[in-house]
Design a protein around this ligand. Structure first.
Ligand SMILES: [Zn+2]
Ligand SMILES: [Zn+2]
Length: 132
């Protein structure tokens, strides 16, 4: 199995990508907190050429939260379906780890970033190196 599939909550938008991915990031930054509504967020970093939207393309809306970064979301249910982090990963899509339908060990978080912004109760896991 080298294809990972997933999509938004209502099911209109579905996507797939091929393994291996570049990395899987657990992010503690303030942008992710606000955008995803959670105390931290986990993102699969997938080279653009390995990712495709299979359905619901017409349902996808875009929110630009910086000059180089966008989030794409389902206009029907509001789920983020992917994002672009133009600062750190300009050639990749950031895919929300929580939207995967067929999980694989390959998708376990590999690194943690923006740990200086983390919520006080969130513990850094020793097996996921802090890179910023
Ligand atoms: Zn949806
Ligand atoms: Zn973040």
């Amino acid at each position: 199995m080298n294809k990972i599939q997933g999509g938004c909550h209502c099911g209109h938008v579905s996507w797939e990508f091929e393994l291996p991915v570049k990395t899987v990031v657990k992010c503690h930054c303030n942008n992710c907190r606000k955008l995803q509504g959670s105390d931290y967020s986990s993102w699969i970093v997938v080279p653009k050429s390995q990712f495709k939207v299979n359905s619901g393309r017409e349902e996808i809306s875009t929110y630009h939260f910086s000059e180089v970064s966008q989030k794409y979301f389902c206009a029907n249910c509001g789920s983020t379906v992917y994002g672009i982090n133009g600062k750190h990963f300009p050639t990749d899509f950031m895919v929300p780890l929580g939207e995967v339908d067929n999980y694989s060990e390959d998708l376990a978080p590999k690194i943690q970033v923006y740990s200086k912004d983390k919520a006080a109760w969130v513990h850094i896991h020793d097996d996921e190196p802090v890179v910023s």
